[in-house]
Design a protein around this ligand. Structure first.
Ligand code: ADP
Ligand code: XUL
Length: 532
C-alpha cells in the first residue's frame, strides 16, 4: 500500500433485489457507495424483485450466477468511478439470510485458480450443482419442516436447540428438499454455502466457513454450543456435515483476498477477508444496536430485531447468535410482506408515486378512524397466513377501503403487527426506548411517523438506509483488532450516532393502545379461520 493512501474498509450486501457496497475510511466516514439492481442491470436473468417464483407459487429461487455477475459489475463500476482498491485493508459483507448455494465437486479447485483476465461469472459458470438457489422467500418445504420437528422431538425442542422451530425458508429444510427432489445434484455437491458464505468464497478464492450468526438461520446449528446439531443433520440429508464445513465466529478473519482481486483490481495482497454474515445481523452492527433498543428494518422483507443476553427460544420468532459479541444473542422476527406489498398498494392507490402515498398517509388521522387492514400478498411468516383482510371500526369484514384509508391501513397494520409480535417475545417499551429504523422505506419520513406513533417512541435513523453494508464495513474494521480483545463498540466508537428522525405525535399512545389489542385479536381470528 502506497504511503500516501489512507486505509479503508468495504462492506458488501448480497440482498434480495440488489448487490450493494459501502466503503468507510478509518474515521468511519462513508467514502464510496455503489449498487447493482438485479432486475434492471441483469435483465438476461429475467428476475422480478431479484427472484423467480416457480409455478407452484411456493418455490422461490435466484440464479446463483446472477449474484456472481453482479459482483463483476459492481467492481467494474467502482473501478470506473475511480475507487482505489489498494486502500482496502479488510472487507466483509452480508447476504440475504437462509438462501443456499451448492458448489459442484471440483469448484474449490476453480476458486483457487481464478484467471484474472476473465470475469468471475465466466470462470464459475460450471461450478454449481444447483443453478437456481433457494432463497428466503421460499415456502415450499412444509413436509421437510414436519419431518425435522418430528425427528428431534417437536417444535419447542427444535427451538431449544437451534433457536427457531422449523421454518420453510430455513436452510436445513431447503437442503432436505434438494436431497429429496434432486438427489444427483446433491451427490455432486462438494460444499453448501449460505448466500453470505458463498460471497466470502468468491473473495477468498476458496471455500469459506459459515459464521455463527447466519448459521443460526438454518435449523441445523446448536446456538449454545455453536456447533452443528447432530440430530438435525441426521434428519436432513446424508453426509451433510462434510458439505457444511465448521461454523466460525462472525469476527473471524478467513484469510487474505484471493490473488484474482489483487491482479484484476489492485487490492493489496494482505487485504483481509472477514467472515460474511446475514443481512439482519449485518444491520444490527450497522445500527450500533444497544440493549433496550428495537430495530425495524424496512427492506424487501420487514424485520424487527433486538439485542438479548439470556435467550429463551419459543416457537415464535428466532434467536440468532449475535454478530458482534459471541457472548450475546439477537432475537429476530421476519415479515415477508414488506416493501413489495407497500409498492403494490402504492401502484394501485397512489399512481406509483411515494409522494402521493405519503400525502395520503398524512391526509387520514392516526388510528384510521378504527379501520384495520392485514395485507399478506404472499404467505406471511409471522403469522403463517395469506390474503388481504379489512375490518371496520366494529371489527366487521369489509371488501374495500378508499385509497387513502387503504394506504394508512397498510402502514398502520404492518407496524401494529411488529409491536404485537415483539411484545409477544417479551419486549417492553419503557421510557428511553429508541426505535432504530433502516432499509429502503426508512427514507420515507411519513412512514417513520406512523412507526413512531404506533410504538409511542422516538425513531432514529442512520445516514444510509443500507445498514447491513455499513455494519459489515464496520465489522471488517473490527476484524483486524478483534483478536487483541478490542470490542466492536470500542472499534467503531468514532462512527456517527443514529439521528433522531421523528417523535410520537401527542395523543398517539391513547389511540394505538386499543388498536394494538384489536389488531392482535383480528390477526388471531384470521389465523384460526385459515386453519379450519
Ligand atoms: P433489500 O436490501 O431487501 O434489497 P432495501 O432495504 O434496499 O431492500 O429496500 C428496497 C425497497 O425500498 C424498495 O423495494 C422500495 O419499495 C423501498 N423504498 C425506496 N424508497 C422508498 C420511499 N421513498 N418510500 C417507501 N419505500 C421506499
Ligand atoms: C430473515 C429473513 C429475511 C432475509 C432477507 O429471517 O428471512 O430478512 O434475511 O432480507
Amino acid at each position: 500500500m502506497a504511503a500516501s493512501t489512507v486505509p479503508c474498509y468495504l462492506g458488501f450486501d448480497f440482498s434480495t433485489q440488489q448487490l450493494k457496497v459501502i466503503a468507510v475510511d478509518e474515521n468511519l466516514n462513508v467514502i464510496h457507495q455503489n449498487n447493482v439492481q438485479f432486475d434492471s442491470e441483469l435483465p438476461e436473468y429475467r428476475t422480478q424483485g431479484g427472484v423467480h417464483v416457480q409455478s407452484d407459487g411456493l418455490t422461490v429461487t435466484s440464479p446463483v450466477l446472477m449474484w456472481v455477475k453482479a459482483l463483476d459489475i459492481i467492481l467494474e463500476k467502482m473501478k470506473n468511478a475511480g475507487f482505489d482498491f489498494s486502500r482496502v485493508k479488510a472487507l466483509s459483507g452480508s447476504g440475504q439470510q437462509h438462501g443456499s448455494v451448492y458448489w459442484k465437486t471440483g469448484a474449490r479447485h476453480v476458486l483457487e485458480n481464478l484467471n484474472p483476465e476473465r470475469h468471475l461469472h465466466e470462470l464459475l459458470q460450471w461450478s454449481f450443482a444447483v443453478v437456481d438457489s433457494p432463497v428466503w422467500m421460499d415456502s415450499s418445504t412444509t413436509e421437510q419442516c414436519h419431518n425435522l420437528e418430528r425427528a428431534v422431538g417437536g417444535a419447542q425442542r427444535l427451538a431449544d436447540i437451534t433457536g427457531s422451530r422449523a421454518y420453510e425458508r430455513f436452510t436445513g429444510n431447503q437442503i432436505a428438499k434438494i436431497w429429496k427432489i434432486k438427489p444427483e445434484e446433491y451427490q455432486q455437491t462438494e460444499r453448501i454455502s449460505l448466500v453470505s458464505s458463498f460471497a466470502s468464497c468468491l473473495f477468498l478464492g476458496n471455500y469459506a466457513d459459515i459464521d455463527f450468526s447466519d448459521g443460526s438461520g438454518m435449523n441445523l446449528m446448536d446456538i449454545f454450543s455453536k456447533q452443528w446439531a447432530q440430530d438435525c443433520l441426521n434428519a436432513t440429508a446424508p453426509q451433510l456435515q462434510s458439505k457444511l464445513g465448521t461454523p466460525v465466529p462472525p469476527m473471524a478473519v478467513l484469510g487474505p483476498v484471493s490473488a484474482y482481486f489483487v491482479s484484476r483490481y489492485g487490492f493489496p495482497v494482505d487485504c483481509r477477508v472477514l467472515a460474511f454474515t446475514g443481512d439482519n445481523p449485518g444491520s444490527l452492527a450497522g445500527m450500533r444496536l444497544q440493549e433496550g433498543d428495537i430495530a425495524v428494518s424496512l427492506g424487501t422483507s420487514d424485520t424487527v430485531f433486538l439485542w438479548i443476553k439470556d435467550p429463551k427460544p419459543t416457537v415464535e420468532g428466532h434467536i440468532f447468535c449475535n454478530p458482534v459479541d459471541c457472548q450475546a444473542y439477537m432475537a429476530l422476527i421476519c415479515f415477508k410482506n414488506g416493501s413489495l406489498t407497500r409498492e403494490r398498494i402504492r401502484n394501485e392507490c397512489a399512481g406509483g408515486s411515494w409522494e402521493v402515498f405519503s400525502k395520503a398517509l398524512r391526509s387520514v388521522p392516526m388510528g384510521n378512524n378504527g379501520n384495520i387492514g392485514i395485507y399478506f400478498d404472499v404467505m406471511e411468516i409471522t403469522p403463517p397466513v395469506a390474503g388481504v383482510h379489512r375490518f371496520n371500526e366494529d371489527n366487521n369484514k369489509v371488501a374495500g377501503f378508499s385509497q387513502e384509508v387503504e394506504i394508512r391501513a397498510l402502514v398502520e397494520g404492518q407496524f401494529l403487527a411488529k409491536r404485537v409480535h415483539a411484545e409477544k417475545l417479551g419486549y417492553k417499551i419503557i421510557p428511553g426506548t429508541r426505535v432504530l429504523a433502516t432499509g429502503g422505506a426508512s427514507s420515507n419520513i411519513d412512514i417513520l411517523q406512523v412507526l413512531s406513533d404506533v410504538f409511542s417512541a422516538p425513531v432514529y435513523t442512520i445516514d444510509t438506509a443500507n445498514s447491513a453494508c455499513l455494519g459489515c464495513a464496520y465489522r471488517a474494521m473490527h476484524g483486524i483488532v478483534a483478536k487483541k480483545g478490542v470490542s466492536f463498540a470500542e472499534a467503531i466508537r468514532r462512527a456517527p450516532e443514529p439521528k433522531l428522525a421523528v417523535t410520537p405525535t401527542p395523543g398517539s399512545e391513547k389511540i394505538f393502545k386499543p388498536l394494538l389489542k384489536r389488531y392482535a385479536e383480528l390477526e388471531e381470528k384470521v389465523l384460526k379461520e385459515s386453519q379450519q
